[in-house]
Design a binder for this molecule. Structure first.
Ligand SMILES: NC(=O)C1=CN([C@@H]2O[C@H](COP(=O)(O)OP(=O)(O)OC[C@H]3O[C@@H](n4cnc5c(N)ncnc54)[C@H](OP(=O)(O)O)[C@@H]3O)[C@@H](O)[C@H]2O)C=CC1
Ligand SMILES: CCCCCC/C=C/C(=O)O
Length: 506
């Protein structure tokens, strides 16, 4: 069902979404050469709705032979130039048409991600869809802003630089925002004129496949964009090792990021752009301007999207003089804000985790927190009728020591760790005591404290008196093991080009 506006689906009820989801067309075959085809050996992987345990469908299990086929098509598309040499305004026109088609299919994209990974439907409608469309349109607008330079070399020399597409880009995307994270990679890579092979996460590949269909429908050359689902250690690893893939751009765990860097070294020294996990702190100073706003941001920062967010504010550092007050306010304001329920219900803000293995892992972290001596401050009610799903009750622990497991490891679930600190020096020390450095939040009324913290915190994004805000113009990415590149922003598109220096003797 197409041509339903985003405004219209924003009014849909739980029943409307249930009826729509029950009739969703599911096609998990890979997209290669503009056609939907089975994997070479015909194998598939089952995908499961984590809210119910029901089978959603089967996706192709692509392996290296399938990757070879998609890459060969991408290389010939690049050399033929139908996309890589298309006039920038024409390329932009295809991208605008692509965004319009995705918007016309908004209901389908929202429902697919919700049934595959449990993201609340209201978040799909109000966040992921608008952000995905904004991303494509931002990079479409940017296509003809890529310029080179001329340099003053000598009077008988014209020296200039060009930015040209790299060739074939392999994009490996995660399941936590399936549509949006794939588009953060694919849109700038395509806009810059590359051929792109997208390997979406096995748990939530269907929206990526539909996105690929619509690129072709929008007039994109069939061989310039392939979507090849499958397992990471097979299809993903094959992309990482491929001799004709010029760059791999990845969002996911630091462990896989390291594997991809090894694969680049073992193959063709392809570029590797990584956006990995985090353990982002929020620092609440005693002079914060508005306690309720800070506490709400602390709650939203960890419980939104079930904590399955790379920049989740999973450490809450609180100055000792307001530590009791913050705990009390957290315990008053958290109940009812993220109550687990059917993610197809537009009133539900907390769905299941992506899969049962994630549920086990996060429950394990909660047991570990209690074993290591953390005190449970808050745990949301989990209704017994949800027992078939991969649900975890949003939970907060207080009296967490910085060396405890839940203060160090990325949990990727709705579990926060409240840690007291004495003064600014200690807050910075605790905040930076992490292998990660994706984001941090500071809450203070003191301008000098704010600026010192912005200077001293080791992270790619620092928010002051807010959390989780963003804009397409803002670079997004991490320091340390959170990654080595930036998504969004004009500069991220340049990461999908290479410069060429031309020297013309006149
Ligand atoms: N945005 C983020 O920062 C994310 C962080 N994570 C972190 O990672 C943890 C584990 O989640 P998980 O889904 O296993 O994350 P992974 O890093 O394994 O998955 C991310 C993507 O990488 C693929 N992949 C997996 N192994 C390889 C490989 N050897 N070579 C190439 N690609 C590969 C996956 O494919 P497939 O899934 O099909 O195997 C998926 O498309 C989470 O608990 C969280 O801590 C996870 C997802 C997103
Ligand atoms: C504006 C929508 C939310 C963006 C969330 C960014 C998360 C990235 C990740 O988890 O990789």
């Amino acid at each position: 069902m197409t041509d339903i506006s985003l405004d219209a689906i924003a009014e849909w009820t739980h029943r409307d979404w249930q009826q729509y989801a029950a009739k969703l067309p599911i096609d998990g075959r890979m997209l290669c050469g503009g056609d939907r085809v089975d994997a070479a050996d015909g194998e598939t992987v089952e995908t499961i709705n984590p809210a119910t345990g029901a089978v959603v469908g089967h996706i192709a299990r692509a392996r290296s032979r399938d990757i070879d086929r998609a890459v060969a098509a991408g290389v010939s598309a690049h050399r033929a130039g139908a996309w890589s040499r298309m006039a920038p305004r024409d390329r932009a026109a295809v991208l605008f048409r692509w965004a319009a088609l995705i918007e016309r299919h908004a209901a389908e994209f929202c429902a697919l991600d919700t049934v595959e990974m449990g993201r609340p439907i209201a978040d799909m409608v109000h966040v992921d869809m608008p952000e995905a469309l904004k991303t494509i349109r931002f990079f479409a607008e940017s296509v003809d802003k890529i310029t080179g330079t001329t340099t003053a070399t000598a009077s008988d020399v014209l020296h200039y630089t060009l930015h040209q597409p790299l060739g074939v880009v392999g994009a490996i995307s995660p399941w936590n925002y399936p549509l949006l994270m794939a588009i953060w990679k694919v849109a700038p890579a395509l806009a810059a004129g590359n051929s792109v092979i997208l390997k979406p996460a096995e748990q939530a590949a269907l929206s990526s496949l539909r996105m690929g269909d619509l690129f072709v429908e929008a007039g994109g050359p069939a061989d310039a964009f392939a979507v090849v689902p499958g397992l990471g250690e097979e299809a993903g690893a094959a992309l990482g090792l491929h001799m004709q893939v010029d760059k791999v751009t990845f969002t996911g765990s630091a462990a896989v990021g390291k594997e991809l860097m090894k694969a680049a070294g073992a193959s063709n020294l392809k570029q590797v752009a990584l956006e990995c996990g985090g353990k982002s702190p929020q620092l609440l100073f005693a002079d914060l301007p508005d306690l309720d706003r800070a506490v709400d941001a602390a709650i939203d920062g960890i419980f939104a999207n079930m904590g399955e967010v790379c920049n989740a504010g999973s450490r809450l550092l609180v100055q000792k003089s307001i530590y009791d007050k913050v705990q009390q306010r957290f315990a008053e304001r958290a109940p009812g804000r993220y109550v687990p329920g059917d993610p197809l219900d537009p009133n539900v803000t907390c769905g299941p985790l992506v899969e049962y293995a994630a549920q086990d892992r996060v429950q394990g972290y909660k047991l570990c927190a209690e074993r290591e001596g953390a005190r449970k401050l808050f745990e949301e009610t989990l209704r017994p009728e949800l027992s078939a799903g991969a649900y975890v009750a949003p939970t907060a622990y207080a009296d967490v020591r910085p060396d405890m497991t839940i203060a160090q490891e990325e949990i990727f679930g709705p579990v926060t760790a409240m840690i007291p600190f004495a003064d600014e020096d200690e807050a910075i020390r605790i905040a930076n005591d992490s292998i990660y450095g994706l984001a941090a939040g500071i809450w203070t009324s003191n301008l000098s404290t704010a600026h010192r913290c912005v200077r001293d915190l080791e992270a790619g994004t620092i928010w002051v008196n807010t959390f989780d805000d963003g804009d397409m113009t803002q670079p997004f990415g991490g320091w340390k093991q959170s990654g080595n590149s930036r998504d969004k922003c004009f500069e991220s598109m340049l990461e999908y080009t290479q410069s060429k220096s031309a020297w013309v003797q006149v």
